[in-house]
Design a protein around this ligand. Structure first.
Ligand code: CAA
Length: 699
């Protein structure tokens, strides 16, 4: 193994190089090696300045996140940075790639900072449930001003090189194409010849902020990150620290940092960080080379199809969209052009790029023959088996051998769709979430018999589209919608028993979901739920409780937001919806018909049942192999269903509650409905072994 840090000198310019792939994270060994390298620099009388830089794609992406939660190992990062800053010879830090967290804190302890074009820097610690704990809350305000620093820390935003220069974080910006060491040496030589002053960030005056601005930033943190503690604690660290002498401020920051390190939110957010990366690491895909996936076909130009087309176009892919006739193709063309226009308005795309995409990379047609050259074709037509099978017959006829044929179905049997072709090994499900160019989740649904390189292509395409891709097996609803159906049913059980839909929604948003299950149904359309109930009616077990109030609402033409009336009433005075007395009456009538005497629920009881139903079904999904590991469920619920990130996902949350008590609760609920509350065999097995869901993530 090569040393993670090396010291060298050329003339009077020393170079200290960090080489710890893949992202130069600063674990204990890197920190120790940096201490030695700087000691060598200090003792090297021929060295007048040091260039600190990193190899590979980034300078330093931060502290090593894997160390958080373990006993801290010396040397600690704040001490290392203080020592560098205190040197009596200048250190020039060259930043490139993603310079984040402890990486930027290290750079701020240097005396001069040079950025390379393409640099993205930031202090994203709050997104991991911690705060910049190596002087970041004290040095960034001194360089960039308190307001800009707090905005960066709270939003965890990555700032581009030009902006960082304008904010005063960078002293200079290298030319396009510059290499870290060469650019650093060139600047160091210039500084030596001009006579470099030793500017220590800690000596700069502590900045102030107007009380109103501070209140605004705090209010933003509360609204944008409800229930999260890291953002507000980071603001406190910066403000309270700035009132103290610099090194006392750093010590105060450290105390608050250690408090956050101990918090369950930190554990949950870091679990989410690694789970998002692990979902795509499947043993079955090791060494499998994906097929080409640069040319995409999309069948269907509705909301989903056009969203998928936009997602692919924004990722730089070539897209051919097929509609049933010329008129529908023109409508789809206009929908895609409009969505790309919205991306221009939001600053995500330049006007020129949009024009280029529309003229060169996108076309809408109505003849399947236009798909002849496509590498991957994604079908997004109406959810009807016969329509989909017709589409796949046509694809079989027109697509080139080896093309991947994907369906965006939400619940239909993919093997039946695949059987309409002569090449089922090339077929899989790519289940996007609406709007497809915004939502990050992609379920990659793998029927038996799909070729491994078809699956690998799905994951490679997901990566190109910047999606979080999760492998799912075939069942009704795959991972996410299957679990959703069950926790929604748990909510219906509680409403029948006496809770109001509004109390359920309130309890669920209080837990951290952005919306409750009834507000979500209004948004999606109550007609969707109605169709699902109809579809399942023939095969439903007679013991299953299905509320009739949804059908009554449907008969009245109440489809949710789109008709201004669903569980909530919508109007100019209450655009987000107001509780409806009529809905309560419909529900009360059903309780009376079924002979149910309503009882009251506390919010805690609501959450206990809602979460128990979610975790229990999730355990069945993992136990049956529909999800590869518990972490795949966590990522699905986090990215597709609004599960609060600071709780890590339902399986992580369940571990924190204790599986035994959860199972005990489920067994208690069986008195109310033994059919609904059947405990998952996997949950029983883990409890018997005294194991956790996390123990299954290591595979
Ligand atoms: N510590 C440990 N491992 C890290 C890491 C870190 N800070 N950052 C990235 N990695 C790992 C990833 O887990 C991944 O590992 P695997 O290949 O084994 O899955 C690998 O490095 C590559 O990462 P990505 O797949 O994410 O690569 P990317 O090119 O898509 O993104 C990145 C690169 C932008 C740097 C992204 O990895 C990232 O955002 N990393 C986290 C940065 C961060 O939050 N830094 C702050 C750390 S906290 C801190 O520094 C606290 C402090 O104040 C003391």
């Amino acid at each position: 193994m090569t040393a993670p840090v090396t010291y060298s000198r050329d003339g009077d310019i020393a170079a200290i190089c960090i080489d710890n792939p893949p992202v130069n994270a600063m674990g204990a060994d890197v920190r120790a090696a940096l201490v030695s390298a700087f000691e060598e620099f200090s003792a090297d009388s021929a060295a007048r300045i040091a260039v600190l830089y990193g190899t590979g794609r980034t300078f330093v992406a931060g502290a090593d996140i894997r160390e958080f939660g373990k006993t801290p190992k010396e040397p600690l990062l704040p001490d290392l940075i203080n020592r560098i800053e205190a040197l009596d010879k200048p250190v020039l830090c060259v930043m490139h790639g993603s310079t984040l967290g402890g990486g930027l804190e290290l750079a701020m302890g240097a005396h001069v900072r040079l950025g390379l074009p393409g640099l993205k820097l930031g202090l994203p610690e709050t997104s991991l449930g911690i705060l910049p704990g190596a002087g970041g809350t004290q040095r960034l305000p001194r360089l960039a001003g308190m307001e800009a620093a707090l905005e960066m820390i709270v939003s965890a935003r990555h700032v581009g090189a030009e902006e960082a220069r304008a904010l005063g974080i960078l002293d200079a910006l290298a030319d396009e194409g510059a290499e870290p060491l060469a650019a650093g040496r060139e600047m160091a030589a210039r500084l030596l010849s001009e006579g470099v002053a030793l500017r220590r960030t800690c000596d700069l005056p502590a900045p102030e902020i107007m009380a109103e601005k501070l209140a605004e930033i705090r209010a933003y943190a509360v609204k944008r990150y409800p229930g999260q503690i890291a953002q507000l604690t980071a603001i406190d660290a910066a403000i309270e620290g700035a009132a103290l002498p610099f090194h006392d401020g750093v010590k105060h920051e450290r105390r608050l940092f250690m408090r956050l390190i101990e918090s369950p939110q930190r554990a949950a957010l870091i679990h989410a960080f690694f789970a998002e990366r692990k979902v795509a690491q499947l043993p079955e895909l090791a060494g499998i080379i994906p097929r080409p996936h640069g040319q995409i076909g999309v069948i269907g130009g509705g909301r989903m199809g056009s969203g998928i087309a936009v997602a692919a176009l924004l990722a730089g892919l070539d897209v051919t969209l097929i509609e049933r006739d010329a008129e529908a193709a023109a409508i789809a063309q206009a929908a895609v052009a409009q969505t790309l226009g919205e991306s221009v308005k939001r600053g995500k795309l330049s006007k020129d790029k949009r024009a280029h995409i529309l003229s060169e990379s996108f076309r809408a047609a109505h003849d399947h023959a236009a798909l002849a050259e496509c590498d991957v074709v994604i079908e997004a037509v109406f959810e009807d088996m016969e329509i989909k099978r017709d589409v796949f017959r046509a694809l079989d006829q027109h697509c080139r051998p080896g093309a991947v044929l994907a369906t965006n179905t939400s619940y239909l049997e993919i093997p039946q769709i695949a059987a309409a072709t002569s090449r089922p090994a090339d077929v899989l499900g790519l289940h996007f979430f609406s709007p497809a160019h915004v939502m990050r989740l992609l379920e990659i649904v793998v029927p038996e018999g799909t070729a491994p390189d078809t699956v690998a292509t799905g994951f490679a395409l997901g990566k190109k589209l910047r999606k979080v891709s999760v492998r799912a097996g075939v069942c009704d609803g795959f991972i996410g919608n299957r679990i959703l159906q069950v926790y929604r049913a748990a909510a219906d059980h509680m409403v029948l028993a006496g809770a109001s839909p509004y109390q359920v929604d309130q309890a669920v948003t209080g837990f951290g979901f952005p919306m409750g299950p009834y507000a979500v149904q209004d948004l999606a359309g109550l007609d969707i739920g109605y169709m699902t109930r109809q579809r399942k009616a023939a095969t439903r077990d007679s013991r299953e409780f299905v509320p009739r109030w949804g059908d009554v609402m449907h008969e009245r033409g109440w489809y949710g937001r789109k008709t201004q009336q669903g569980y909530y009433s919508y109007g100019p005075d209450h655009p987000r919806g107001a509780p409806s007395a009529e809905v309560e009456e419909i529900i009360a009538a059903e309780r009376a018909e079924r002979g149910v005497t309503p009882r009251s629920f506390t919010d805690e009881e609501i959450i206990a049942r809602y979460m128990a139903a979610m975790v229990n079904e999730a355990a069945k999904v993992v136990g049956e192999g529909i999800a590869a590991r518990p972490l795949d469920v966590d990522v699905t619920l986090l990215h597709g269903y609004g599960f609060p990130r600071c709780r890590g996902g339902p399986m992580h949350w369940a571990d924190t509650q204790g599986l035994e008590s959860l199972l005990h609760q489920i067994e208690g609920f069986q008195n109310e409905d033994a059919y609904f509350w059947q405990a998952a065999p996997l949950l029983q097995e883990l409890v018997a072994k005294g194991a956790t869901f996390a123990s299954l993530n290591e595979t």
